[in-house]
Design a protein around this ligand. Structure first.
Ligand code: ZN
Length: 206
């Protein structure tokens, strides 16, 4: 059964399925003592808590920033040289680093994965993926020039016309959704901000 207005995608990336449960932690990263699971006073969720140094180890969603790099009507995609989804195509994107803005992170990832400089970044979509606790922030961007090549995390980097997009070889559901929305917007020549959730489909019972 699907819920109207919610987008379901299969298959799913082989990420840790968190479902709001903390990623396993054994030792306190502050003092090295063993942690326990407790609900802190005033909180409603179980956290890893260090009884030795009193640190509560909160775990929160991660932001992934990325670009839709465009050049003369074509889009730049990267073929992944790393797991997960080795060999499949993706938009340049990755986890934000501390101390940078979302635009800086998106531009940095494009430089790292495609050795390409982007400019004129405009926020295109905010895509939440609750079951893996990630939020994608994707920017439209212009490639500054024709200078690009595979970075360390890419096997190949190419510009694609819409008709050439390798739909069956895309790495992640969020890449597919982003490209679908982009080409739909392009046809209408309107680029509203997309705010959507990608939900894991309910498990099927035999
Ligand atoms: Zn501790």
């Amino acid at each position: 059964m699907s819920i109207p207005g919610v987008i379901y995608y299969e298959p799913y990336p082989p990420f840790i399925q968190t479902d709001n449960i903390n990623i396993s932690m054994i030792y306190c990263s502050n003092c090295g003592a063993q942690v326990v699971e407790r609900i802190p006073a005033g909180d409603s969720r179980s956290r890893h808590v260090c009884l030795s140094c009193q640190t509560v180890h909160y775990q929160n969603p991660k932001i992934v920033a990325g670009c839709i790099p465009e050049r003369d009507g074509r889009l730049l995609l990267c073929r992944r040289a790393i797991e997960p989804r080795h060999g499949l195509w993706t938009l340049p994107a990755g986890f934000m680093e501390n101390g940078e803005s979302t635009e800086q992170a998106a531009a940095r990832e494009t430089m790292e994965e495609a050795c390409a400089r982007v400019e004129n970044l405009v926020l295109f979509g905010v895509f939440s993926i609750p079951h893996i606790s990630q939020v994608y922030m994707i920017f439209r961007a212009s490639l500054a020039n024709d200078d690009f090549r595979p970075g360390a995390e890419s096997l190949d980097v190419r510009l694609f016309e819409e008709s050439e997009i390798p739909w069956d070889e895309l790495a992640f559901p969020v890449v597919r959704l982003t490209l679908q929305r982009y080409f739909s917007d392009l046809q209408k020549q309107e680029f509203p901000l997309h705010v959507e959730d990608i939900i894991r489909p309910p498990r099927r019972h035999p």
